[in-house]
Design a protein around this ligand. Structure first.
Ligand code: SF4
Ligand code: SF4
Length: 357
């Protein structure tokens, strides 16, 4: 039987909840490589409630560091608008400081992994995720226009660097298929522990709306399906109505039935919780959002010969080896099929020679 903790918390006393989570769901972290993955959807201040709060990240980092691990990385890949601004997004969210020196831009290095061919044969996943012995996921309690709930399972969508997230959105093509794609991405590396920032949650048109709601707790567990079941019940949703949870259960990733979950703490639905418009299909009804996504996935980096010194840094650093040096022109050339438009080359070019077209 899966177990889920619901512990009352504020950002001032969040350490108590973190301590209890690590007691209930103990991990042997000594000598291990640990990845801590908050939700850094985009560049937003902590009080906007879009990203995992720095108080939770800081408490988890301290707890992990005290266990004498081999290494710690705190990282995520921001979404559609900010995947070229990893460090800036962490900075604005207050998470560079919260990471206590362990922040890393995990979008800068990735490995190809086989995927569900219904969407794509292979996808790139941040190497730090695949290399970690233990992954600790720190989702945010929020609504989502396509999946209705974004919690433990959806937080793993950020293991994909760059524009891959948008490409899979596009390859899915319908909310129903997107629910499956989210679970397929999650299953590439199932995290070992989930500690959800539900101190302040988001309702209405999430995952980046201004409708914040005091929920007042930290939710934790080692099974994402059970954790997301608890989140959906707190949102007054029947977990069986959520396509991604049904698919996750079909795939053997856990059970969402309330009677299959042992609770530590009291599950109380949030009064009059606002769900996303159109029952979670707003993303595909909103043509302007689709147009932006389409344009972003069509951008490609272009090196300019007047500025490029041919140093080769971008070729060495491209996480998917999409750049090669043309020996005749001494300019990097991009393979459009391989490029995931992560914008890392633009970010690292010391001459500012790369533009996006
Ligand atoms: S990093 Fe910049 S200067 Fe160096 S090869 Fe690439 S585009 Fe040219
Ligand atoms: S070519 Fe540039 S934008 Fe494309 S994947 Fe490589 S680093 Fe990212």
């Amino acid at each position: 039987m899966a177990e889920v903790m619901i512990h009352p918390a504020t950002y001032d006393n969040v350490r108590d909840a973190v301590e209890r989570a690590f007691t209930l769901f103990s991990l042997d972290m000594a000598g291990k490589k640990i990845l801590i993955k908050p939700n850094v959807l985009k560049s937003a201040r902590p009080e906007e409630g879009v990203t995992t709060h720095p108080a939770l990240v800081s408490a988890v980092v301290e707890k992990v560091a005290s266990a004498d691990p081999a290494s710690i990385i705190v990282g995520d890949n921001p979404g559609l608008f900010d995947y070229g601004a990893n460090q800036e997004s962490f900075e604005k969210a207050g998470l560079i400081e919260a990471a206590g020196g362990y922040y890393e831009n995990i979008g800068g290095d990735s490995v190809p992994v086989s995927f569900n061919p219904d969407f794509m044969d292979t996808v790139s996943v941040s190497r730090a995720v695949m290399d970690a012995d233990i992954v600790i996921s720190l989702p945010k309690f929020k609504t989502h226009g396509l999946t209705v709930v974004t919690g433990a399972i959806k937080n793993s969508y950020g293991i994909l660097p760059g524009a891959l997230k948008a490409r899979i959105h596009r390859a899915a093509g319908s909310p129903e298929r997107f629910h499956k794609a989210v679970v397929d991405v999650f299953s590439l590396r199932v995290p070992d522990l989930f500690i959800v920032d539900a101190v302040v949650g988001m309702e209405g048109n999430g995952p980046a709306s201004s409708d914040l709601r005091d929920i007042g707790c930290i939710i934790a567990g080692d099974n994402a399906v059970a954790v997301d079941s608890v989140i959906s019940q707190m949102m007054s949703l029947d977990p069986d109505s959520l396509g991604f949870l049904r698919y996750a259960k079909e795939r053997g990733l856990g059970d969402y039935a309330p009677e299959s979950i042992k609770l530590y703490g009291k599950l109380e639905p949030v009064t009059d919780f606002k769900l996303p418009p159109f029952g979670g299909e707003v993303g595909h009804r909103d043509q302007s959002g689709q147009d932006i996504m389409e344009r972003r996935t069509q951008l490609l980096p272009r090196p300019y010969k007047d500025f490029c010194t041919g140093c080769g840094t971008c070729v060495e650093q491209c996480p998917v080896s999409a750049l090669t040096m043309d020996e005749d022109t001494d300019l990097p050339v991009v393979d459009a099929e391989t490029c995931i438009t992560c914008f890392c080359c633009q970010e690292i070019c010391p001459e500012g020679a790369i533009r996006l077209e």
